[in-house]
Design a protein around this ligand. Structure first.
Ligand code: EPU
Length: 423
């Protein structure tokens, strides 16, 4: 298993190009199953989660070609069953259910297992499929959805923890080929949902309201192939902004959508940083110390849960006490114990991390537990005294394209140690 060694203390400067969004590309790739015609997708990041999705599409019978950041998928003849060996590696594989149900009126996908960031139920996805007149069964580890006739209806997909991103995606995809009109109330409004809706509209779907909490979809008889560029990854961008805030003098992010980064930019401004925002780039400069923050994660346009761990790493440097409350995945705090091993002073009170700032961190061997937690440990390593050894780097490779090379390009002293796989 590879590990990343971060030698702390280097200042970061220069510019970095942000990759296409993982969480947009995954459902967009799944949506190519809705048509027999070829779809060409640009700005697809080179990540292990994307490779898993391409493997699922190939397993289902699609022809997949990849040339650097462009993926072409033609799903003319497809199967509707995705077994455990194929889907177990990635939870987002559930988003093939919607397109398969839409196109073939049936799908059987093995349920992905547990996840360290908390319970990841799919009850809201099933609620939506049932509202479309599909039957849903969970048996022998698989979820099976099928319908003689898929009929549009009005539904509310809001759960106890708020809206669901992949649930909204799944229902929107299935509804494009249902009879009549579907209205999703309590829909997720994340930019990735809007990107998927824009892709579906280019395929011939009739969708209104994406980006609001009410999306309406008028079913059509069939969809056609198209070409699309995935939006920039706002979480990768946010992670580099925090890297710049922790260790940078002046760092510019290229190919970003500043609108999608509004809550993250605001938090960083409130913490005392200077942000210069242009059409598709952002420059962050330090302005002395870091001010403590009160942060609450919320669905978009609120502060994203996918940036919570990275902000915890930053707030160790604040002059005072910060409180970070997680409302989307209330158990998503695995990074806290690892940050404490590096010298951080943090207490957990329920779903709130209380971070006592201005601590000096020291490098240590740490264990990455999920994607964003791993990123937070790499960021903490940039300012820790000595060497931080981040193990289980495969978590980072799920969602950050060449994070080590990109940080090295900004001046970080960071290296990847390849370890041979055990026989
Ligand atoms: N939820 C339910 N029932 C459901 C679905 C969700 O109760 O049927 C709950 C979840 O347990 C959670 C909340 O609703 O408390 C929100 O979950 P959501 O369904 O929105 O999460 P997701 O769609 O599975 C996507 C991203 C996550 C990101 C969340 C929240 C992808 C592939 N994943 O997951 O990204 O944290 O939305 O914004 O788009 C990451 O990239 O590191 C990551 C985990």
């Amino acid at each position: 298993m590879d590990k990343i060694l971060v030698h702390g203390g280097r200042r970061l400067s220069g510019s970095v190009r942000i990759s296409g969004s993982k969480n947009s590309a995954l459902p967009i790739l799944a949506a190519t199953l809705l048509t027999a015609e070829p779809c060409v997708i640009h700005c697809v990041p080179d990540l292990s989660d994307i490779h898993y999705m391409l493997q699922i599409l190939s397993h289902l019978g699609a022809q997949v070609e990849r040339a650097s950041g462009t993926v072409t998928v033609q799903a003319d003849k497809i199967k509707t069953v995705a077994p455990y060996e194929i889907v177990r590696k990635m939870r987002a594989s559930v988003c093939v259910l919607g397109p398969l149900l839409g196109r073939h009126r049936e799908a059987k996908v093995s349920l992905p297992g547990g996840c360290v960031i908390g319970d990841r139920p799919i009850d809201l996805h099933l609620r939506g499929f049932r509202a479309l007149n599909a039957a849903c069964r969970v048996e022998a580890g698989d979820v099976k959805v099928f319908a003689d006739e898929l009929r549009g209806s009005t539904m509310n997909l809001e759960g106890k923890q708020g809206p669901t991103v992949l649930g909204t995606d799944n229902i929107m995809m299935a509804a494009t080929l249902a009879e009549g009109v579907t209205v999703i109330e309590g829909a997720a409004a994340e930019p990735e949902v809007v990107d998927l809706a824009n892709f579906l509209i280019k395929m011939g779907a009739k969708i209104e309201g994406a980006g609001t909490r009410r999306i309406s979809i008028e079913g059509v008889k069939q969809l056609h192939g198209t070409e699309h560029s995935v939006i920039p990854d706002r979480i990768e961008a946010g992670t580099f902004l925090v890297a710049a805030a922790l260790a940078g003098t002046e760092v510019t992010l290229r190919r970003v959508n500043p609108d999608h980064l509004f809550s993250i930019s605001n938090a960083l401004k409130e913490a005392g940083f200077i942000l210069e925002i242009q059409r598709d780039q952002i420059t962050l400069r330090s302005n002395g110390g870091v001010r403590p923050l009160e942060l609450i994660t919320e669905p978009y346009p609120g502060f994203p849960t996918d940036m919570q761990a990275q902000m915890c790493a930053l707030l160790n440097r604040a002059n005072g006490v910060s409180r970070v409350t997680e409302t989307v995945f209330p158990q998503r705090f695995m990074h806290i114990s690892e940050l404490k091993r590096m010298g951080a002073s943090i207490e957990l009170e329920g779903a709130t991390a209380i971070i006592h700032g201005a601590t000096e961190l020291s490098g240590a061997p740490v264990m990455a537990s999920d994607l964003r937690a791993s990123a937070a440990l790499v960021l903490a390593g940039l300012v820790a005294e000595g060497v931080t050894e981040v193990n289980r780097v495969y978590h980072i490779d799920r969602g950050y394209e060449s994070i080590d090379e990109k940080l090295a390009g900004l001046g970080a002293h960071i290296e990847r140690v390849k370890e041979p796989r055990p026989r």
